[in-house]
Ligand binder design. Structure first.
Ligand SMILES: NC(=O)c1ccc[n+]([C@@H]2O[C@H](COP(=O)([O-])OP(=O)(O)OC[C@H]3O[C@@H](n4cnc5c(N)ncnc54)[C@H](O)[C@@H]3O)[C@@H](O)[C@H]2O)c1
Ligand SMILES: [Zn+2]
Length: 354
C-alpha cells in the first residue's frame, strides 16, 4: 500500500507493506542515486535488522556505513547528536549524501534532528520499526532532542524523502510496546476515523491487531498525513493528535518517564478526559464506555490507582500547550470526530477529577 504526503515544499511517499524490508535496496535506489549513506539505528534494532538493511542497500551500489546509539529515551539528547555529527564528519558526509534512519521514535527523532541540522540538512529516509513510530512519529517531519529543561525542547521540522514501513518488524517487538502503539491507533480512530474504529471493534486483542497491521497502519498514516498536510507547522488542526495527551504527559511526568509508557499514559489520559467531559456535558454520553472496552481488550490501562489530581494539575500547567490563562484541550464531538476547545486552566481541575 502506498500513500503520499503532499506539502507545499515537498511530496514524499510512504510504502506500507508486510515484507517491505526485503526490498529496501531497490526502494532506496528508486529514490536516490548511488552515493554515501550512513544508517543511524540503535543497538537492538541493529542486531535484528541492521545487517539486512545495510547489505541490501550496498548491493544497489551505495557506500554504506552504520552508526548505533544505545536504545531508549536517554539517548535522545544533544550529546548523542554531537557524537553523530562527529561520525558523519569522519565519514566525510556532504549534502550530496544521505541518511537512513532505522528504528523506533527515539532513533527517528534524534536521527531526523541530526540529518536536518548537519551541514544545514542532508536528505534522509525513515524506516520505523515500532508501532508507535509506524503510526505516528515517522510521519509529519517533527524531529527533536530532549534537554535537561524539557522533553523535545530542541528540534526542527524536516520531512524525509520517503518512509518505508514493514509491519513484520512488529513481530519482534515486545508486547508492551505493541500495546502502547495501539493506544495511538485507538486515538487516531477516535479523533478521525469511524471505519478504523469499526475495524478495531472486530478485533479480539493485540495479537489479532497484528494480523491486520497493514490496514491499521495505513489508516493511521492517512489520518496523520492529512492533518500534517493541513497544518505542517503545528499551529492549528494538528493539535487534535493530542487527544489524551495533555493529561497523558502530566501522568508521564508525575509517575516518572518509563514507569508508565507513553502509550499507557495516553490511554489513561483519553479515558480520564472523556469520563469527565461526559459528566461536565462537553462530550456526548456513551463514548467513555466504548473507549474503555476498546483499550481494555488491548490490555491498556484506563485509570491509575493512586491518582493525584493536584500534582497532575501542577505538571499540566507547565505543559507547553497552555497559553496565558487558557489551555486548549481535545474532546470528541462523537466517535471519529475531534474538536479543539479552549478552556481556562482552572477548569482543567474538573477534567482531572478521579
Ligand atoms: N516526531 C514525532 O512526531 C513524535 C511523535 C510521537 C512520539 N515521538 C517520540 O518517539 C519516541 C518514542 O518512540 P518509540 O516508542 O518507538 O521508542 P524507541 O525508539 O525507544 O523504541 C522502543 C524500544 O523498542 C526497540 N525496538 C525498536 N524496534 C524494534 C523491533 N522491531 N523489534 C524489537 N525491538 C525494537 C528499541 O530498541 C527500543 O528499545 C519518544 O522519544 C517520543 O518523543 C515523536
Ligand atoms: Zn503520543
Amino acid at each position: 500500500m502506498k500513500l503520499s504526503v503532499n506539502l507545499p515544499t515537498k511530496t514524499y511517499e510512504l510504502l506500507i507493506e508486510k515484507g517491505a524490508l526485503d526490498h529496501v535496496g531497490s526502494w532506496v535506489r528508486k529514490l536516490w542515486q548511488p552515493q554515501k549513506i550512513v544508517i543511524i539505528t540503535d543497538e537492538t534494532v541493529n542486531d535484528l535488522y541492521g545487517k539486512k538493511v545495510k547489505n541490501a542497500i550496498q548491493d544497489e551500489g551505495f557506500n554504506v556505513s552504520v552508526v548505533t546509539i544505545k536504545p531508549g529515551e536517554t539517548s535522545k539528547n544533544l550529546e548523542e547528536a554531537q557524537k553523530l555529527y562527529r561520525y558523519l564528519a569522519e565519514k566525510e558526509m556532504t549534502r550530496k549524501d544521505g541518511i537512513v534512519i532505522l528504528g523506533g521514535g527515539v532513533v527517528g527523532d534524534l536521527g531526523g534532528f541530526v540529518a536536518s541540522t548537519y551541514m544545514r540538512g542532508l536528505h534522509f529516509l525513515q524506516i520505523p520499526t515500532t508501532l508507535l513510530a509506524q503510526v505516528d512519529s515517522s510521519i509529519g517531519g517533527k524531529t527533536a532532542v530532549n534537554t535537561s529543561v524539557a522533553k523535545n525542547l530542541v528540534g526542527t521540522f524536516a520531512q524525509p524523502d520517503g518512509v518505508l514501513i514493514d509491519p513484520n518488524t512488529l513481530l519482534t517487538l515486545e508486547k508492551r510496546r505493541v500495546r502502547e502503539g495501539l493506544a495511538e491507533v485507538v486515538k487516531s480512530a477516535a479523533i478521525a476515523d469511524t471505519e478504523l474504529w469499526a475495524l478495531l471493534d472486530t478485533l479480539k486483542d493485540e495479537d489479532d491487531a497484528l494480523s491486520f497491521s497493514e490496514e491499521i497502519i495505513y489508516a493511521c498514516c492517512q489520518i496523520k498525513g492529512q492533518v500534517v498536510e493541513e497544518d505542517e507547522k503545528d499551529t492549528g488542526i494538528r493539535l487534535i493528535l493530542n487527544y489524551g495527551h495533555t493529561i497523558g504527559h502530566a501522568i508521564e511526568q508525575t509517575c516518572g518517564y518509563g514507569v508508565v509508557t507513553h502509550g499507557e499514559a495516553v490511554a489513561i489520559g483519553m479515558s480520564q478526559i472523556t469520563k469527565n467531559a461526559e459528566k461536565i456535558g462537553t462530550m456526548p454520553k456513551g463514548i467513555y464506555q466504548q473507549l474503555v472496552s476498546m483499550l481494555q481488550k488491548f490490555h491498556l490501562p484506563t485509570h491509575l490507582d493512586d491518582w493525584e489530581a493536584e500534582s497532575l494539575y501542577k505538571a499540566l500547567i507547565h505543559d507547553k500547550k497552555t497559553q496565558g490563562n487558557n489551555i486548549r484541550i481535545i474532546l470528541l464531538e462523537g466517535l471519529g470526530k475531534a474538536k479543539i476547545e479552549t478552556i481556562q486552566i482552572e477548569d482543567m481541575k474538573q477534567y482531572l477529577k478521579k
